[in-house]
Ligand binder design. Structure first.
Ligand code: MV4
Length: 498
């Protein structure tokens, strides 16, 4: 067992802060790395030390392994936490960190590599009888044979890149006539995107729910799951709303899927935090898709319903400690919903809307957690992911968590750029979401930007008339209530999305 005294966080934004906060509570010194665009970022200010690792582009800073490892050695750190994105699922990075005599806070390089290959992951999982989507177990080499398999499975089928994941390099084939064309496209896309052209076939589950299990393993062979997260509300393979637990799992199905998730982890000799991704069809059949070998963006909903700090657990496991609990000790407490606040315009196909946070006020109150990396007046840099914040609401039941989320969205004040908050409120109010009867096609099926449409001219007229009232009121000492309406003019727009 080796105690970590100083930790370098190889990331930026909210997750860098999230990790450093837990480290500090454990008495661990923190080292930030930053690009030239992040000189004034909050993670830099929060850390005990900070080291500049290069120009703004992540390819010249947050993705450069040797700069980060050199920074860790220079600062005398004994461990590196990669966060999510950037180098977090790069097996070479995990291996290089270890070679440099440092602790990598995550799984082994071997586990990362195994799960990086979707085909190898499926082969490993199959040895533990984990349910897989019907399909091929090997890369396709022979087209006539692949066509034969496809017609046996039945169209529509999906062609997936073995080196892909997260929806990258997937092609739907509806009829045999399209097979060769789509196959060639998938192969050449996979080749140019991943340097590996291996593709395989799966039956296409047309309207699945995406349910993932949080698992944790220690370096002594113990593995448990910390229940599931429902992540079906997404657009373009980007999640926007996540919740725990899922409203469709019975205790029996949860136990079955949980065991399958633990078996997937065991098949990879996995330790530290990981996520096992399943799709569930309309008959509640579940299938293992892939495993993510990092701490995920949406981990806070699991923290809220289990009460554990997942980053502290990660650090203790990396130090060599045993898991502090067994499966039977764990239970679900209440319901948690996370909404991701992106600097994106839902009126404009969710395209990034970069700019400055002219006003930025977080919601407050019982059961509300905001993980963010910005303050009022800061600009959202366009070099990186446009996520401003994650807001997590926790309450006793799903219904109450939904009501709390709506209240908190109304209280959240962001001006200076467009965000996904109004979209998230639309989802919270939608009957399909509220009843729990939805799948990964929710956005396509139900969302139209018109539902958010704000007649800005009309808004301006309203504001102008309030301003006029204020001038009159001020001359006779305005009551506070009138002034309040003016400062929350951004909420006037939001409230029209009801
Ligand atoms: C699928 C699928 C349907 N059938 N595989 C997308 C992300 C990647 N992890 C796998 N994905 C899917 N694989 C079969 N055989 C549908 C998806 C999928 C999806 C999965 C999870 C969450 C959102 C999704 C959105 C579209 C498609």
């Amino acid at each position: 067992m080796k105690r970590i005294k100083k930790l370098l966080v190889a990331n930026r934004g909210e997750i860098a802060l999230r990790i450093m906060r837990s480290a500090r509570e454990m008495g661990i010194q923190t080292v930030a790395v930053f690009s030239q665009a992040d000189r004034n970022a909050l993670h830099v200010r929060f850390a005990d030390e900070a080291i500049c690792i290069g120009p703004p582009a992540s390819s010249q800073s947050y993705l450069v392994m040797n700069k980060i490892i050199e920074a860790a050695l220079e600062a005398n750190a004994d461990a590196i936490h990669p966060g999510y994105g950037f180098l977090s699922e790069n097996e070479n990075f995990a291996a290089e960190v270890k070679k440099a005599g440092l602790i990598f806070i995550g799984p082994s390089a071997e586990s990362i590599e195994l799960m990086g290959s979707k085909l190898a992951a499926k082969t490993a999982a199959a040895k533990f009888n984990v349910p897989l989507v019907p399909g091929t177990a090997e890369p396709i080499s022979d087209i006539p044979q692949a066509k034969k398999i496809a017609s046996e499975i039945g169209y529509p089928i999906l062609i997936k890149a073995s080196a892909g994941g997260g929806g990258k390099g997937m092609r739907v084939v509806n009829h045999e006539a399209e097979f060769e064309e789509q196959m060639e496209r998938a192969t050449s896309e996979a080749m140019s995107a991943f340097g590996d052209g291996a593709v395989f076939i799966e039956k296409y589950v047309t309207q699945p729910r995406h349910i993932e299990f949080q698992i944790f393993g220690d370096q002594h062979g113990n593995v448990v799951h910390l229940f599931e997260r429902e992540c079906s509300i997404q657009r373009r393979h980007q999640k926007v709303i996540e919740e725990a637990p899922s409203s469709i799992l019975t205790p029996e199905l949860r136990a079955k899927m949980g065991k399958a998730a633990v078996d997937v982890a065991k098949s990879a000799n996995y330790y530290n935090a990981g996520t096992v991704e399943f799709i569930v069809d309309e008959n509640k059949n579940f299938y293992f898709l892939e495993m993510n070998t990092r701490l995920q963006v949406e981990h806070p909903v699991t923290e809220q319903i289990t009460g554990f700090d997942l980053v502290k657990l990660q650090i203790k496991i990396a130090e060599g400690e045993k898991l502090p609990f067994q499966q039977e000790d764990l239970s679900i407490h209440g319901h948690a919903i996370e909404v991701r606040v992106y600097a994106e315009d839902p009126n404009n196909n969710f395209l990034p809307d970069i700019g400055t946070l002219k006003t930025y006020r977080r919601p407050q109150g019982h059961g509300i957690r905001v993980d963010d990396g910005f303050e009022q007046g800061m600009a959202i840099p366009f070099y990186y992911d446009p996520m401003i914040a994650k807001m997590i609401c926790h309450d006793e039941t799903r219904e109450r968590a939904i009501e709390k989320t709506i209240r908190a969205i109304d209280e959240y004040e962001i001006t200076g750029l467009e965000t996904t908050l109004g979209f998230c409120k639309f989802v919270m109010k939608h009957e399909a979401f509220r009843s729990g009867d939805f799948d990964t096609k929710f956005v396509e099926k139900y969302f139209k930007p018109e539902f958010l449409e704000e007649k800005s001219v009309e808004d301006e007229e309203i504001i102008a008339s309030i301003l006029a009232t204020q001038v009159v009121n001020e001359s006779k000492t305005a009551p506070l209530k009138t002034q309040h309406n003016i400062t929350t003019s951004s909420n006037w727009k939001k409230n029209r999305n009801n």
